[in-house]
Design a protein around this ligand. Structure first.
Ligand code: 0O2
Length: 208
């Protein structure tokens, strides 16, 4: 009996994770098509790199508990939007909005939420555009809507966020206020450089 319950739960988890992997694949394909389109038309691609990840079961359970939600598959699907995540790295700031707009115009995607941490950076200096998109997954007998978190950022923003994430979350120690200020300063310098690079690209006629 125990064996059956275990097999049943494992299969349910596998099915749900398959949905998120499918959601990631659907949106990644859309991004690949947009990148191919610019490559073929000889225009510089607004996409530099695409990364994706599925949240680990441990990290899903940790987040549900921290937020006070029940630890069940249904609760996970209802309450967490970042089980499947895609990070789009763009060369220039305006590419972020170009890519976001191109996706939001696609009729099978629904925008659930948009957080613009570029126009309003987080107090620690974090910058990125976050979209929660819902994509339908067509199965043999039903269609399931799946939510995917997209983080769009420039190469420079990604450089800062990746290192800051390592330092802040993974070092295990609280970052003292003077070092937080230093990190924030780095983010601001990087943001200024991003603006400068964009202006240079426009002056050179590479960007419109
Ligand atoms: P990981 O390991 O990247 O998955 P929500 O997740 O939407 O319910 P929240 O906090 O409102 O909750 O979401 P938000 O602000 O959109 O940010 C979620 C994700 O953005 C984080 O996921 C990080 O990936 C990234 N992020 C947000 N703020 C920061 C920051 O200050 N520094 C860095 N480096 N990344 C940030 P996780 O789950 O925290 O981590």
């Amino acid at each position: 009996h125990d064996e059956e319950t275990l097999v049943e739960s494992a299969m349910q988890l596998q099915q749900v994770m398959m949905l998120y992997e499918s959601g990631i694949r659907e949106i990644k394909t859309k991004l690949d098509i947009l990148a191919d389109e610019s490559r073929i038309s000889g225009k510089p691609s607004p996409i530099n790199a695409i990364k994706s990840r599925i949240k680990t079961p441990r990290s899903i359970v940790g987040k549900l508990k921290r937020r006070g939600f029940p630890v069940t598959l249904q609760s996970m699907m209802d309450n967490l939007n970042d089980i499947g995540g895609i990070r789009v790295i763009c060369p220039f700031i305006q590419d972020i909005y170009t890519v976001a707009d191109m996706l939001m115009r696609q009729s099978d995607l629904t925008l659930i939420e948009k957080k613009d941490y570029i126009s309003s950076p987080k107090p620690n200096g974090y910058r990125s555009l976050h979209l929660i998109l819902e994509v339908p997954i067509f199965l043999s007998e039903r269609t399931v809507p799946v939510r995917i978190e997209l983080q769009l950022r420039t190469i420079a923003m990604d450089f800062w966020a990746s290192l800051e994430h390592q330092l802040r979350y993974k070092s295990g120690v609280e970052v003292p206020p003077n070092l937080s200020d230093d990190l924030k300063h780095c983010a601001d310098v990087i943001a200024e450089t991003d603006e400068d690079m964009q202006r240079i690209a426009k002056d050179l006629g590479v960007l419109r």
